[in-house]
Design a protein around this ligand. Structure first.
Ligand SMILES: Nc1ncnc2c1ncn2[C@@H]1O[C@H](COP(=O)(O)OP(=O)(O)OP(=O)(O)O)[C@@H](O)[C@H]1O
Ligand SMILES: [Mg+2]
Length: 487
């Protein structure tokens, strides 16, 4: 029994069943049509000879005719047929008066057959039956022989009885049957062969894919399948490669992130531990103690920031809906940030400008999260712009949106890095960012926050010339009615 767990077996079974059904139906139809056609043709030949004999004898009283005349008539007519035909002339008492067959002539015998009785009633009749004598199928035709008219009717004086062997017809039909059988077998072989071939072509790439997927499941993530076909399987393979690449990339990043987190945590923790030990073991001046405590404070802040960033990320996965409807002024948030960060730009030797309109720039959502976004963007601008560079923050509004741009004259972001920049843990320049405490989380967090707020963040940058991060947020329009009721 075929187990239907492979495409090859299914394909074979499917094509075989179709071929078997079609061939059986077609074979039966062809066979029965041909059989009918041949028998009909045979019958016509016999009826024509019979009618010819009947015409010849019409007007004669066969009872009065001599036996030799009838026999020679029967013989000459049956010889005209291409088929070996036997003709008998029978009178109304069913007695044979003339017989074309010499060998077992039935002259003088009475033939009490159904067809003859029917013909004597005035109806021509036909029968096909197996004859033991002839050892083959035979067709028999009986045709009434009309004598003189009695009143309005012609009386049936006798019967012309013809019989012909169907040996040849059945031999032809047998040949046709064999032909149909063997063509069915050939078609089935062909179907099996074709199914094997096609199933092979279909399943080979699937096997490759399967193997690659299996290896991936076992942990070998670096998989690539090469399938040249451009069909659905080819597209699947392509998609598989993209998926594998992505998974690979994400896993690598996750590992890098875990390493980074450990490293980031270990440095401040080791420092903390050293500071505490020193404080404990050495007697120090008050002044020195304060210095140590300041260091302690700085390191704990760094730790808290890191942990906060990580927390922020996990929190974002469950959007805080409670804060979604809260209205607040983006202008105020931007001004606060400018106040806080301006000194840092100054210290870094970066020229910092801003251009904020006087309107409130009302938006809705979480003020804390929105503040975080612009903090991250300005922080990046600060970190990735060299001394002497320029950073510009400007905001504007139109009917529906508030748009804020953070523009810097830094090193820009190369085209091949742009699609990764917003991914978690992604940092372009690993060694450099780590020194500066960058975790590659800032932009990922920002993008998620902006999307949660129904906005979008767009990067346009030119390598070597700087970058512009444009944030578009839906504006809250306060209706006149609301303004009145509030006042
Ligand atoms: N304004 C910019 N100019 C040039 N490169 C930038 C800029 N902003 C971001 N990048 C690049 O994109 C990377 C990802 O930025 P992101 O803010 O997500 O992480 P980070 O600044 O490295 O770390 P974190 O923000 O978590 O402290 C950065 O490492 C940096 O390489
Ligand atoms: Mg950053």
């Amino acid at each position: 029994m075929l187990k239907l767990t492979s495409i090859r077996h299914k394909l074979i079974l499917f094509s075989l069943s179709i071929i078997i059904i079609v061939m059986i139906v077609v074979s039966f139809a062809v066979y029965y049509w041909l059989k009918h056609y041949y028998l009909h043709q045979q019958e016509e030949i016999l009826v024509r000879s019979g009618n010819f004999a009947a015409d010849f004898l019409s007007g004669h009283d066969i009872g009065e005719m001599r036996e030799v005349q009838l026999v020679s008539l029967a013989r000459s007519i049956s010889q005209q047929n291409q088929l070996p035909t036997r003709m008998m002339i029978i009178d109304s008492d069913k007695q044979v008066l003339g017989d074309s067959s010499r060998i077992d002539s039935k002259i003088g015998e009475t033939l009490n057959r159904e067809e003859i009785r029917t013909a004597l009633r005035g109806e021509a009749s036909r029968a096909v039956q197996y004859s033991e004598e002839a050892e083959s199928w035979v067709m028999q035709v009986a045709i009434p022989l009309y004598g003189g008219a009695t009143g309005d009717f012609f009386s049936v004086d006798g019967v012309i009885f013809l019989s012909a062997s169907l040996h040849e017809v059945y031999a032809i039909l047998g040949d046709i049957r064999m032909l149909l059988f063997w063509s069915t077998v050939a078609a089935m072989m062909l179907a099996i062969g074709a199914s094997f071939f096609w199933a092979g072509r279909l399943t080979e790439p699937l096997k490759t894919l399967n193997l690659a997927a299996q290896k991936m499941a076992e942990g070998e993530l670096e998989q690539k399948v090469e399938i040249p076909e451009k069909d659905e399987i080819g597209r699947l393979a392509n998609q598989f490669n993209i998926m594998a690449d992505r998974l690979n990339y994400m896993t690598r990043n996750l590992k890098a992130f875990a390493a980074n987190v450990s490293h980031e945590l270990r440095t401040p923790l080791t420092t903390l531990s050293l500071l505490i030990k020193s404080l404990k073991e050495h007697d120090m001046e008050r002044e020195q103690q304060k210095e140590f405590l300041d260091d302690l404070d700085q390191q704990t802040d760094r730790l808290i920031n890191l942990v906060n960033d990580l927390l922020e990320l996990t929190k974002l996965e469950h959007i805080n809906i409670k804060e979604k409807g809260k209205h607040f002024s983006l202008r105020n948030i931007l001004l606060e940030l400018i106040e806080q960060m301006s000194p840092w730009f100054e210290r870094g030797g970066i020229n910092f400008h801003y251009d904020i309109p006087l309107s409130v720039l009302m938006i809705s959502g979480s003020p804390g999260q929105i503040r975080q976004v612009f903090y991250n963007l300005l922080d990046n601008a600060l970190k990735y712009t060299p001394e002497g560079g320029e950073v510009k923050l400007n905001a504007r509004e139109d009917e529906n949106n508030v748009t804020v741009e953070v523009k810097d004259s830094g090193k820009g972001i190369p085209a091949n890095e742009r699609k990764f920049i917003f991914e978690r843990f992604y940092r372009m320049d690993h060694s450099r960012s780590r020194d500066e405490g960058g975790m590659g989380l800032g932009l990922a967090i920002s993008k998620e926050i902006i999307e949660v707020h129904g906005g979008e963040i767009i990067l346009s940058t030119e390598e070597g010339k700087g970058s512009v991060f444009k944030v578009i947020l839906p504006k809250v329009t306060i209706s006149k009615y609301q303004l009145k009721s509030e006042s």
